[in-house]
Design a protein. Structure first.
Length: 279
């Protein structure tokens, strides 16, 4: 009898320990921070397919979207809510499909958003745009990503290796947040949009790869966000790149895990720079 009690106690303790660990991990993921994987090129040039990020959960307060693995029912409201700033990169639950997306905050509640020929206007004023030198990035197994629109920018370098030569436009939003975008030129459906006024408690989100992002400009039927997104759908803020891989790692070969790391990506701060000369 004593042996049975001992065995039962051992199994019971093991189960309790596992439950505590699971709850602890879920609590940290939901309330503090979680990892996030970039699966596409929609946030190029800043974020690349294969980047791993740290996403903080607390800057905007907590809602159903904060709970990791989509375990919480969709209920309205937010605890200790604080609106993002223009230019923040946020992770959100798609308002319909509940799939995780990552986009940049462009418009806040009450803003009027319009695009004309790819140029962004906020509250009737054009956003500052500065054409930058072409950005050259090596092509690898993760870049361009799946279903990417960037394939036409692949060229051969002097050594015969494939590289992406990307047209970059630096934008500076009201408030001074400044960051690089990709502008692939005229003729894209998302070049003209609006004007639309953002409702209360909603945000307008866009990808930095302006002609290759399913965001607030794109219908839900086309895998976009279908307009401004409820604030409650925001799960957290992207903070830093923890590491990035080129897609060549093999799970059975630990050496390949290190060989696949992209140099210079780890530690990249994802908060936007600010131009102090812009109000």
């Amino acid at each position: 009898m004593a042996k049975a009690d001992k065995d039962e106690g051992g199994w019971g303790k093991l189960i309790r320990d596992v439950v505590v660990i699971v709850l602890l991990v879920l609590g940290i993921h939901s309330c503090v921070a979680k990892p996030f994987y970039i699966p596409s090129d929609s946030m190029m040039p800043g974020l690349r397919n294969g980047d791993r990020l740290v996403v903080s959960k607390y800057p905007y307060g907590w809602s159903y979207a904060s709970v990791s693995f989509h375990l919480a029912p969709k209920t309205p409201g937010r605890w200790f809510g604080k609106l993002p700033a223009r230019g923040d990169i946020v992770v959100l639950e798609h308002p319909v499909t509940r799939v995780d997306y990552i986009k940049r905050v462009i418009g806040l509640p009450g803003d009027t958003i319009e695009l004309k020929g790819g140029a962004l206007f906020i509250n009737g004023k054009p956003v500052k745009r500065e054409v930058q030198p072409m950005l050259s990035i090596p092509v690898d197994a993760n870049l361009p990503g799946p279903d990417s629109s960037l394939g036409r920018f692949i060229v051969k370098d002097a050594a015969g290796k494939d590289r992406l030569e990307l047209p970059i436009v630096r934008e500076t939003l009201p408030g001074g947040a400044t960051f690089d975008t990709i502008d692939m030129g005229p003729g894209y459906q998302t070049d003209d949009y609006g004007p639309i006024k953002i409702p209360a408690d909603h945000l307008f989100l866009m990808g930095d790869n302006r002609d290759g992002s399913a965001d607030s400009r794109v219908s839900v039927q086309q895998k976009g966000l279908g307009g401004p997104v409820p604030f409650d759908a925001i799960a957290g803020r992207a903070e830093i790149i923890s590491f990035s891989t080129d897609g060549t790692a093999q799970w059975y070969n630990p050496v390949s895990w290190f060989e696949a790391l992209r140099p210079g990506r780890a530690g990249t701060n994802l908060r936007p720079e600010h131009d102090r000369n812009v109000d």
